[in-house]
Design a binder for this molecule. Sequence first.
Ligand SMILES: *[C@@H]1O[C@H](CO)[C@@H](O)[C@H](O)[C@H]1NC(C)=O
Ligand SMILES: *[C@@H]1O[C@H](CO)[C@@H](O)[C@H](O)[C@H]1NC(C)=O
Ligand SMILES: *[C@@H]1O[C@H](CO)[C@@H](O)[C@H](O)[C@H]1NC(C)=O
Ligand SMILES: *[C@@H]1O[C@H](CO)[C@@H](O)[C@H](O)[C@H]1NC(C)=O
Ligand SMILES: *[C@@H]1O[C@H](CO)[C@@H](O)[C@H](O)[C@H]1NC(C)=O
Ligand SMILES: *[C@@H]1O[C@H](CO)[C@@H](O)[C@H](O)[C@H]1NC(C)=O
Ligand SMILES: *[C@@H]1O[C@H](CO)[C@@H](O)[C@H](O)[C@H]1NC(C)=O
Length: 317
Amino acid sequence: MGLLRSLTMLMLQLWLLRPMKLGAQNVSTGNFSSARALDMILQDYAYEAFVRPRTGIPYGGRVPSNLTGINITAMRLRSGSLRTRGVKTYKEFEIPTGVIVRPYVKRLVLVYQNLGILSEGYYPLPSHKYLAPVLGLLAYNASNLSATNLPELDIGASGDPILVHFSSIRPAPAGSVPRCVQFDLRGLVNFSDVESGNTCSTKQQGHFSIVIESIAPSPSPTFPPPPGEGPGPSPGPSGTSRSWVVVGSVLGGLALLVLLALLVFWVQRFKKRKRIQRMERAADAGEALRVTRVGDTTAPAAMVTRTQPALEHEYVP
Ligand SMILES: *[C@@H]1O[C@H](CO)[C@@H](O)[C@H](O)[C@H]1NC(C)=O
Ligand SMILES: *[C@@H]1O[C@H](CO)[C@@H](O)[C@H](O)[C@H]1NC(C)=O
Ligand SMILES: *[C@@H]1O[C@H](CO)[C@@H](O)[C@H](O)[C@H]1NC(C)=O
Ligand SMILES: *[C@@H]1O[C@H](CO)[C@@H](O)[C@H](O)[C@H]1NC(C)=O
Ligand SMILES: *[C@@H]1O[C@H](CO)[C@@H](O)[C@H](O)[C@H]1NC(C)=O
Ligand SMILES: *[C@@H]1O[C@H](CO)[C@@H](O)[C@H](O)[C@H]1NC(C)=O
Ligand SMILES: *[C@@H]1O[C@H](CO)[C@@H](O)[C@H](O)[C@H]1NC(C)=O
């Protein structure tokens, strides 16, 4: 039954494509090049904020109009001072002592990014929902403040971790657990626990945010549970889970329809076969037998000649 088989295949494929729980580390997101291109553009615009910059003072940068919604800040530091004193607060970041810059530069620039409403566009996370904007902290060589296309330096916390204190987190829907998410510069993703309600910690530079899973992982594949939306003012219901419910219902309805169609088809075929059998039997019964002359008697003979009827006595020797 081809139809039945393809239906089974469809169910199987849906099950395989079900949203996976991204609890693991080093999950790579799909296309990361647009996010990296953005980093390069923002480095350029952040450096433009420097006009006779003083060390240790944050300067707000301006972004081109097609990137409206993104906020950037740049701050120049001596790497020696970064290491021995840290930075108590740089926007949402708290940088402890012991942060080491590699390769060595005398001065560096820490570029801060707040991707705002463009967070999800540049850092899509399937089956997750952002509760906070994606924040970036990236380090560059400060020797030439008109330089563009600079590569990032490598900064790492050798002692205490760098902390990100998110200032505005949307309330999590009831039953969901907010998680810290961290993207490194190669596009690898880590999840970790949120500390003190709004804080994520990291040992390195990158992009950070707080997310929830928009679909609770469920053992029954094609029937995702209804999204447990809390009354929180989260903007718009969880799009992904809602669309899965819709997809589930549509597919369920479709499957039912197909089964119904199959049933009708089978019943009709059964009826037709019955009718044909009846007709065949009727034809068998009413078959006209031709009369053949055998010797001087006439006898009925079948159309397709079987043994010709013969009078026995004629054969008696
Ligand atoms: C993730 O990647 C880092 C650096 O490449 C590596 O040290 C770590 O072991 C990886 N973790 C997992 C779970 O693969
Ligand atoms: C990734 O995105 C960039 C820009 O958005 C695009 O130019 C590139 O072709 C994409 N690459 C792949 C493999 O999709
Ligand atoms: C924004 O516009 C500028 C030109 O004004 C262009 O060079 C740049 O690629 C655009 N950026 C994005 C992300 O579209
Ligand atoms: C970006 O900066 C502007 C002005 O500096 C401020 O009004 C706005 O709230 C900031 N946006 C974000 C997402 O922080
Ligand atoms: C930093 O920039 C200066 C001037 O462009 C250059 O001489 C130096 O090699 C750079 N340092 C690193 C580590 O890239
Ligand atoms: C700084 O970078 C700009 C742009 O790349 C370049 O034109 C200039 O020569 C550089 N200056 C120094 C001192 O390296
Ligand atoms: C993820 O965590 C592992 C282990 O803590 C670490 O080695 C790796 O660099 C992290 N990756 C990112 C992207 O933060």
